[in-house]
Design a protein around this ligand. Structure first.
Ligand SMILES: Cc1cc2nc3c(=O)[nH]c(=O)nc-3n(C[C@H](O)[C@H](O)[C@H](O)COP(=O)(O)O)c2cc1C
Length: 308
């Protein structure tokens, strides 16, 4: 084993900057000092709400929680299975849509992409073709297959599966695009519709600009203005909360993480640069998109461009 340069650093000095819940004793299990700013009390809202900690504690799964067990069991009944089978059914007749072409092929092996993945924050300002956008959105959430499920009352339902895993197959996370530089789509806000594999126009350029204004990153950190595409992961938490209770929110966020990583891997495979960006003012972006932040909320974004 080569010598690790980190071995020469003073662990107690570094521990001050690590978020820990255990008071430091000079031993390896100690993860950090509880500095004032990192105490959970410090995370409260003036009245010590300790929201993060409370969320974690209150969303633990417990054997005694019969209510959640009954709720989950309800999703194995025929009406619930049929509801899942009908997921994404929508009348697109009056909406502006773009049919996606065959996707651009990924140019690199998965191992190569994984081994070299890095956040890329600077972009050239070049556009990316719709074929690459098709590859990206399909990596995030395309329908990739289906399975037949026997109904208790006879007959079958057809359940669709997607590229990214989802809690209970409920798919609470939807993929929206801000198309800064994608020939074939007007600059604006678009929603990827997995069932029909199309982009649906949901907002004009003014809304797109308003959504971009809601980002709190500066150009020297991420050259957002030179990106080709911003992918917004919008969640409908109640799809999961209805079944799993408050714990469902964890699942929504986990699904968003899985989608985001798929986007990064596809971007890497296409030779594009991408970065996660949580630096946005939620309610400003919500207002730009016309969503309320509760029934529909922005949970994450991934910025994509030609590496600069
Ligand atoms: C949930 C999440 C949010 C992030 N938000 C930002 C962000 O707002 N701005 C930014 O520059 N990087 C952001 N990043 C990227 C991280 O800074 C980056 O992944 C980390 O520094 C490791 O670097 P690497 O991705 O190049 O390996 C985010 C990453 C994650 C997972």
């Amino acid at each position: 084993m080569p010598e690790d340069p980190a071995d020469t650093l003073d662990p107690q000095r570094l521990a001050v900057y690590a978020n820990g819940y255990q008071a430091v004793t000079p031993w390896v299990q100690s993860t950090g000092y509880r500095t004032h700013g990192l105490r959970f009390a410090g995370l409260g809202d003036g009245v010590d709400l300790r929201l993060a900690e409370t969320f974690l504690r209150n969303t633990c799964s417990r054997r005694s929680d019969r209510e959640t067990q009954a709720s989950i069991a309800g999703y194995f009944t025929d009406p619930a299975v049929q509801m899942l089978a009908a997921g994404g059914v929508e009348d697109l007749a009056c909406l502006t849509t773009v049919t996606l072409p065959a996707g651009a092929r990924l140019r690199r092996e998965l191992g190569d992409v994984l081994g070299n993945r890095r956040s890329v924050r600077m972009y050239t300002g070049d556009s990316i073709p719709l074929e690459q956008v098709a590859t990206l959105v399909r990596a995030g959430g395309a329908v990739t297959g289906q399975s037949r499920v026997d109904l208790l009352t006879g007959g079958q339902a057809v359940i669709q599966h997607r590229t990214a895993p989802s809690p209970g197959g409920l798919y609470p996370v939807e993929l929206y695009l801000l198309t800064l530089r994608v020939p074939g789509t007007a600059p604006g806000v678009w929603r990827y519709q997995p069932r029909y594999d199309v982009l649906v126009h949901t907002g004009d350029e003014r809304r797109m600009r308003a959504a971009l204004d809601g980002f709190s990153v500066t150009e020297d950190i991420i050259s957002l203005s030179q990106a080709a595409l911003v992918m917004l992961l919008l969640a409908r938490p109640w799809k999961a909360l209805r079944k799993y209770g408050d714990r469902g929110l964890r699942y929504v966020l986990l699904e968003a993480g899985a989608i985001a990583e798929n986007l990064h891997l596809a971007a890497g495979g296409l030779g594009l640069g991408s970065v996660d960006c949580a630096s946005f003012y939620d309610d400003e972006v919500h207002a730009a998109l016309g969503v309320d932040g509760e029934l529909c909320a922005l949970v994450h974004t991934v910025i994509v461009g030609v590496p600069g």
